[in-house]
Design a protein around this ligand. Structure first.
Ligand code: PRP
Ligand code: ZN
Length: 298
């Protein structure tokens, strides 16, 4: 393993995961200066730099030691594993599930074509950038179909006549709709993960890895949570707590100079919608505030 004193993380240069990746790293307190060619980001505070690349290249860059960690969809890791001979030792590990970039690798057909189950795929040409995962799925379902490997723009293959169906990532479904395709089978569920080599570096980079993992955990723990602040009469507290989603244990504080009045503070794991807030208000709460929670450290 090559010695380096700065940690290098590979992330997708442009695509579904790029923006949430930068947002996560920003929440982890990492800031960067981007090189003029836009391929490298130099870490300004911590000794952590980024390499901006195609997501499919990330596992290879880690295997070669050119990068220490990477953020990719599970689909990219799974495709690499499906393509490797079974005897090959695992060289990568998933360090954290990052909770964003949820999507499915799905088979889709032109909207007009009938679909009554997997048998309908028999003998079709299916275009994909995930030939190993698709081949494994087809074999498992005893479907004899031709896998057409394309590196990009898979969704236009049926219109071009180079395939009858596709197997590609679906997040919102907008790409399928725009290309008059409909999802018929899910091959794999995926979301973004932080990956690294199965043996992590033990030199100076180790400290930066540990710091990053701890901060990612701090960000993940509060993802989607909200801090609710409100005032109420002490007698109303019981009813208010019942109206809180996810039964959190709130902190109740006596308000100075206002006997019988309390301030209540609760961390709610779920979003607080208007209906829930109105129910909490009906239970006797006043001055309600809902605040986003950015990070936590136990
Ligand atoms: C995927 C996929 C589609 C799009 C689907 O691309 O190839 O183009 O996302 O998303 P939608 O259902 O929200 O429209 P991705 O950004 O992963 O890039 P890549 O396939 O080029 O690696
Ligand atoms: Zn890709």
């Amino acid at each position: 393993m090559n010695q380096r004193d700065r940690l290098r993380i590979a992330v997708q240069r442009s695509g579904r995961l790029s923006e949430p990746c930068f947002e996560l790293l920003d929440r982890c307190g990492l800031s960067f200066r981007r090189s003029r060619d836009g391929l490298f980001c130099f870490g300004e505070g911590e000794p952590v730099d980024l390499l901006l690349v195609r997501d499919d290249d990330i596992p290879g860059l880690i295997r070669q030691g050119a990068c220490d960690l990477g953020i990719v969809g599970r689909n990219v890791v799974a495709e690499g594993e499906a393509g490797e001979p079974a005897r090959a030792a695992p060289t990568l590990q998933i360090l954290r599930d990052l909770g964003f970039g949820r999507c499915r690798l799905s088979i889709a057909m032109p909207q007009a074509s009938a679909y009554g189950g997997v048998a309908a795929l028999q003998g079709l040409r299916i275009a994909t950038s995930y030939p190993s995962l698709l081949r494994t799925w087809l074999d498992e379902h005893a479907v004899n179909a031709e896998v057409v490997t394309l590196s990009g723009s898979v969704e236009i293959a049926p219109r071009l006549g180079t395939a009858d169906a596709i197997c590609d990532l679906v997040q919102s479904g907008a790409t399928l709709v725009a290309n008059q395709l409909r999802e018929v089978e899910v091959v794999l569920e995926s979301s973004a993960v932080l990956i690294g080599p199965s043996v992590l570096p033990s030199d100076d980079r180790r400290g930066a890895i540990e710091l990053l993992l701890k901060r990612i955990d701090g960000v993940s723990r509060v993802r989607g949570s909200r801090l609710l602040l409100l005032q109420a009469a002490r007698e109303a507290v019981e009813g208010i707590v019942r109206a809180l989603p996810g039964s959190p244990h709130p902190m109740v504080l006596q308000m100075d100079g206002q006997p019988g009045q309390v301030m209540l503070q609760a961390l709610c794991a779920d979003e607080l919608g208007w209906r829930q807030l109105e129910a909490i208000q009906r239970a006797g709460a006043r001055e309600l505030f809902v605040l986003p929670v950015e990070r936590a450290l136990a």
